[in-house]
Unconditional design. Structure first.
Length: 331
């Protein structure tokens, strides 16, 4: 197994808890030992900005850099095992050298606050993927919602500008959390593949955070990927009786509606509370990913398809958007 996980909230949780935990040792769902057991070649760590924690978007923007600083410290303390990367070439270089790669994303494009020049600054600090909205309206557009009128709203004028700017700067557009109208604007306007880093299938679980069959098809046609989300309430509507089998059903549905180049992994681990008692037939830690691999094989997913789901599809998008570097030596 070689795993690329497009989304986790581990760095946010490490900073929030401030209890001495580290990426090397913690009580969360992602740590270095677990990533080694999972065969992780890349973990994308989200710099999540919870709007209600900050008085202004300016305050949230400043917090992004504190989260990046925390990520940099974790990497420095564990540099023999994990390194920051910026594109597909660097991921491959680290893999050949036996190192795990880490990348930082931004989850909440509202911190741009109408200032497109912030994209360049964020890219300089390592941000390679931006989730355009979280669960609140911002300068880019509108979030997913149970209200039909909100779901139909598209990108704001600034949001359309940002799609173009992100294309030009090689920053991946992430439509997880976005309204349906915003999704379709991204599909129409983006010249590069669009991803839904941590979203499942609405036909199997009717939560508005998930993707309709039409959206899955369009995402696949665009060359994008959808990251399988482990959060129980995006797997089954009541969040109960979720199993590895139910995750496999979402993956199979993605393949049927969007093709085998569509599904990827976007676990969302450390982005939600794990309900007790722990379900032994489910995934609560990255080190348990082999259980999902075996479950998918039992559901009829081939090893070739599994390789695409585990890393191939995500690597393709990262390589198409991130540029090239000299691959002569380890990072």
């Amino acid at each position: 197994m070689q795993l690329i996980d497009l989304h986790c909230d581990t760095i946010y949780e490490l900073k929030r808890r401030n209890d001495g935990s580290s990426l090397a040792k913690n009580s969360l769902s992602i740590d270095l030992d677990g990533m080694r057991r999972a065969g992780t070649i890349l973990q994308i760590f989200a710099c999540f900005i919870y709007r209600k924690e900050w008085k202004t978007w300016e305050d949230g923007y400043a917090e992004v850099f504190r989260l990046i600083d925390r990520m940099d410290r974790e990497i420095e303390e564990n540099k023999d095992e994990i390194r920051i990367v910026h594109n597909g070439s660097e991921i491959e270089k680290n893999r050949k050298c036996g190192k795990i790669s880490a990348m930082v994303s931004l989850e909440e494009g509202g911190v741009l606050d109408g200032k497109p020049e912030r994209l360049k600054v964020l890219k300089q600090r390592g941000i390679r993927l931006i989730t355009l909205t979280w669960n609140y309206e911002n300068c880019i557009g509108y979030p997913n919602s149970w209200e039909r009128t909100v779901m139909e709203m598209g990108l704001k004028p600034f949001g359309k500008t940002i799609v173009e700017e992100m294309n030009q700067q090689g920053i991946i557009i992430d439509v997880s959390h976005l309204s349906d109208g915003g999704f379709w604007d991204c599909i129409r306007l983006s010249e590069t593949p669009v991803i839904a880093s941590h979203s499942n299938c609405r036909a199997l679980c009717g939560h508005p955070r998930n993707l309709s069959d039409e959206m899955l098809h369009a995402l696949g046609e665009k060359g994008g990927v959808a990251g399988l989300n482990f959060y129980p309430h995006f797997v089954r509507e009541n969040g109960k009786q979720v199993t590895i089998r139910t995750l496999c059903e979402h993956t199979l549905h993605m393949i049927r509606k969007g093709g085998e180049d569509l599904p990827a992994i976007g676990s969302d681990l450390d982005g939600y509370e794990i309900e007790e008692p722990k379900n032994e037939a489910y995934i609560s830690h990255v080190g348990e990913m082999e259980l999902l691999w075996e479950g998918m094989k039992q559901c009829g997913i081939t090893e070739r398809q599994l390789d695409k789901i585990w890393h191939g599809n995500a690597m393709r998008v990262l390589s198409e958007t991130g540029g090239k570097i000299n691959e002569s030596s380890c990072l």
